[in-house]
Write a protein that binds this ligand. Structure first.
Ligand code: FDP
Length: 336
């Protein structure tokens, strides 16, 4: 029995009778939540304080960095280093691993994050978010090594996201249940609002950027075409273009989100866009713990061995039956 309205702190301590979180993980989550409160406040008044818009920098993926991306990244990195709750940090905005503070080297945990996912939506007031994943280190002392960072999604000890939407929410999983908290901005506190989230076994929503469909592989094209055929169940299309927002809607309502491999540059092989370590893995863990499924094209996302901290993969994620039907179409295609 979980207590609606219970504070994040109380929840992490197990006050409502839930299993308490490990103290080290709770400390990282609380530091992330503290930074997210500030990001949420500033996202809401970004136009007023002059931090909306683009910088002249590009991140490691060649994307234009929005001012709020930089701001959110610095806020998270500074907070995590100062509070000494992690022994290493990896961010979408930094090419290399970020070293911890000297005191942080004593921590057992590392963290990955995408400070502001959906950043192309910042200037137009569409929901954006912060995605994170926490791992236990493998090394025993000092700053975390690359090996500590290159673990599979199954090794995540906690993962989740903050959604800066009509209200600000934290959705995370640390043990096996998925819980949602809503920011009570007057108290600066996240409070339990969505206990034990389960995703519907199948949904009616499909979400993808169909402008890329001409370069998807045939089974994916056929699958999406079938969703639109008059004989299929009535599916509806919803795509915000901000992964956190698209994921959150489908988690609660059921459905399938696809970001398949596509041809980014003419003449180059098809590849995925989304990043394994700080976009796909955290959402895959949440989805699995909520009863859903996440695959690249054939494998569980959570089993993929990363080749680097910015590894990209195709992603198909959502309700178990919908993702199962996508996989069945691939199998049929292979057998034909
Ligand atoms: P963005 O480029 O705005 O940062 O991976 C980032 C992401 O957004 C996701 O949030 C979103 O789902 C996807 O890219 C949108 O990509 P497309 O514009 O290619 O559809």
């Amino acid at each position: 029995m979980q207590l609606i309205g219970e504070s994040l702190r109380g929840h992490l301590l197990g006050v409502g009778g839930n299993k308490p979180a490990d103290a080290g993980i709770a400390a990282v989550l609380q530091e992330l939540a503290r930074a997210a409160c500030v990001i949420s406040r500033d996202v809401n008044r970004a136009g007023l304080v002059g931090i909306l818009g683009r910088t002249d920098q590009h991140n490691v993926h060649g994307e234009t960095v929005q001012k709020l991306d930089v701001y959110a990244n610095e806020l998270l990195v500074d907070g995590l280093r100062k509070s000494a709750v992690v022994c290493g940090i990896a961010s979408e905005e930094s090419e290399n691993i970020i070293s911890p503070s000297a005191a942080g080297e004593k921590s057992d945990y590392i963290v990955y994050f995408d400070p502001l996912d959906g950043s192309s939506n910042i200037d137009v007031n569409v929901s954006i978010g912060t995605i994170f994943a926490i791992y236990r280190r493998r090394s025993t002392k000092g700053a975390a090594t690359l090996e500590d960072f290159l673990q599979t999604g199954r090794d995540q000890v906690a993962a989740g996201y903050f959604l800066y939407g009509t209200s600000t929410m934290l959705v995370f999983t640390a043990v096996d249940s998925v819980n949602g908290f809503t920011l009570d901005s007057s108290a600066g506190e996240f409070r339990l609002s969505h206990p034990n989230i389960r995703t519907p076994e199948r949904g009616r929503i499909y979400s993808c950027n169909e402008s890329n469909s001409g370069t998807w592989d045939t089974p994916t094209q056929e699958y999406v075409a079938a969703l639109k055929s008059t004989s299929s169940r009535a599916y509806t299309s919803r795509y915000v273009g901000s992964f956190v927002a698209d994921f959150h809607r489908n988690l609660l309502k059921g459905g399938i989100f696809l970001y398949p491999a596509d041809v980014r540059e003419p003449g180059k092989p098809a590849s995925g866009k989304l990043r394994l370590m700080y976009e796909c893995n955290p959402m895959a863990l949440l989805q699995e713990h909520a009863g859903g499924l996440a695959v690249d094209v054939e494998h569980d996302i959570l089993d993929i061995v990363p080749v680097g901290i910015h590894h990209r993969v195709p992603l198909v994620i959502g309700s178990r039956i919908d993702v199962g039907e996508y996989l069945a179409r691939r199998r049929e295609h292979r057998a034909a």
